[in-house]
Write a protein that binds this ligand. Structure first.
Ligand code: NI
Length: 265
């Protein structure tokens, strides 16, 4: 089983690197050649019956993951859950979904046209989670989605894949604070998401997070090619709870800002 899970994450990572070349460079800067432990990986979807959060989660539950937390992001019209594996070296999984019933008819029309192009047999195993798009989307539809929901536009363009991986700063040998990590990233010319400050969260909420701005990707739309923001890399530092164990949850106010790492620069 664990070989199967490791194999899944290797393929997910390879798929992520295809459009996030900066992650490989950051990996070598922070890890200096050593393995890096991931705190979590994140996925986005629409809350349609055939592809909703529960459908994506089922693949992880099959791998031994268990649901551990629920979150709501009212302004962004998102719901999310996080999942943990008994093997603590495996990353947590954060899955969000856009609540379409809260979105405009126009957005619903575009999304339903895209999703109706999906073949139902593409959702048969966990490889679906790094299968990208199963539809053709025009640049104009992308812009119309972007106008209402950056999240919907990203999902329409990039489909099913890791939206980001997250370095566990606690597990880095050469760094002991998130500020140090951010400093080295900036020295190496990586751009950080400054929405809500470079560091989101605090020792009081037991979690600090930062993220790069998403790498720009030359996207082939059905009508033209355009450079748009793709995936980003996140960094998390966790503080111990009263019992001594590191806090393992997520902080909605911080995650809300992290979503903005895929905004246009
Ligand atoms: Ni994250």
């Amino acid at each position: 089983m664990s070989q199967k899970v490791n194999d899944f994450f290797e393929k997910l990572w390879a798929n992520y690197l295809e459009i996030t070349p900066s992650a490989q460079k950051i990996h070598s800067v922070l890890g200096s050649g050593k393995d890096i432990i991931n705190d979590h990986v994140a996925f986005r979807t629409f809350n349609l019956p055939n592809i909703n959060l529960g459908i994506l989660a089922a693949f992880f539950e099959e791998m031994g993951y268990q649901e551990k937390g629920q979150y709501t992001f009212d302004a962004k019209k998102l719901k999310a859950k996080h999942f943990e594996h008994p093997n603590k070296r495996l990353p947590k999984v954060f899955i969000s979904e856009l609540c379409l019933e809260q979105c405009s008819d126009k957005l619903n029309g575009i999304v339903k046209t895209l999703v109706s192009q999906m073949d139902s047999n593409v959702i048969c195993d966990s490889s679906f989670l790094y299968s990208g798009t199963h539809w053709k989307v025009s640049y104009q539809d992308y812009l119309d989605l972007l106008n209402e929901s950056e999240y919907a536009a990203w999902l329409a363009a990039f489909g099913f894949r890791a939206n980001h991986f997250t370095v566990s700063v606690n597990d880095l040998e050469d760094y002991s604070t998130l500020a140090e990590v951010n400093g080295v990233l900036k020295e190496n010319q990586f751009l950080l998401n400054t929405s809500g400050g470079e560091i989101k969260g605090s020792p009081e909420v037991m979690l600090e997070q930062s993220a790069t701005l998403a790498d720009m990707h030359e996207m082939v739309f059905s009508d033209q090619e355009k450079k748009i923001p793709g995936c980003f890399y996140e960094f998390a530092y966790r503080y111990p709870q009263k019992c001594g164990e590191l806090y393992q949850g997520f902080v909605a106010a911080s995650a809300d800002k992290i979503f903005e790492s895929t905004h246009s620069r």
